[in-house]
Design a protein. Structure first.
Length: 95
């Protein structure tokens, strides 16, 4: 994760962020959406979970990066998502 602080994510029109997760047998797709404003601040895909070649692709505010998931676990994939939410300053708002 980047060491640079990002401004806290704000929704348009006083809206609310929605974290969308789509978990499959070996993948997790995710996105953080401002439903009212239509803005996507975070999206990505963790794939090949359960295997040695597991990895995640994350797009945060237009910047893309790849993350190797050495253990190939869902826990690692969710840790990557949680870290990205921390970078945006919204993790505490996600239940």
């Amino acid at each position: 994760m980047s060491g640079a602080a990002r401004p806290r994510a704000h929704c348009q029109n006083g809206g609310m962020w929605t974290l969308v997760l789509n978990c499959g047998s070996s993948s997790v797709k995710f996105a953080l959406l401002d439903v009212q404003g239509g803005q996507v601040r975070l999206s990505g895909l963790a794939e090949r979970l359960g295997s040695a070649g597991a990895s995640a692709r994350v797009e945060l505010d237009g910047a893309r990066r790849a993350v190797d998931l050495a253990g190939g676990s869902y826990a690692e994939a969710f840790a990557v998502i949680a870290g990205a939410l921390d970078e945006l300053g919204v993790r505490a708002q996600v239940g």
